[in-house]
Design a protein around this ligand. Structure first.
Ligand code: ZN
Ligand code: ZN
Length: 114
């Protein structure tokens, strides 16, 4: 995958933090609250087989990230402190979960005038 929008340069997830930051190769500074990362875990155990990805509100204890591992140069797998580690997040998927102010504004409600 050569598209710089789907290539992370640096992933920062300080221990104990509740947000992971990803610097993308196109210069975008991604912001990923763990509530979002865990809530949108794409594994079959979380999402079932319905096809539509849905948000499953995680408990407080489910938002502690233990480890991030690269998977085959196209995705990362997230390991959580409660032992859950089956979610494989492709870079493209990760990018769509970004909650930086720019992406949140693009995805959020239309501004109603000024
Ligand atoms: Zn899962
Ligand atoms: Zn963003």
């Amino acid at each position: 995958m050569k598209d710089p929008r789907f290539k992370p340069k640096a992933i920062r997830s300080p221990r104990g933090a509740r947000t992971t930051a990803i610097d993308w190769a196109d210069g975008h500074k991604g912001v990923y609250p763990h509530e979002v990362l865990r809530g949108y875990c794409p594994c079959a155990g979380c999402q079932g087989h319905s096809g539509d990805i849905k948000f499953i509100a995680p408990s407080d204890a489910q938002q502690e990230l233990e480890d991030i591992e690269m998977v085959g140069g196209y995705a990362v797998s997230l390991k959580w402190f409660d032992g859950h580690a089956s979610g494989i997040y492709s870079f493209k998927y990760l990018r769509s979960l970004c909650r930086c102010s720019e992406c949140a504004a693009a995805a959020g409600a239309q501004p109603s005038g000024s």
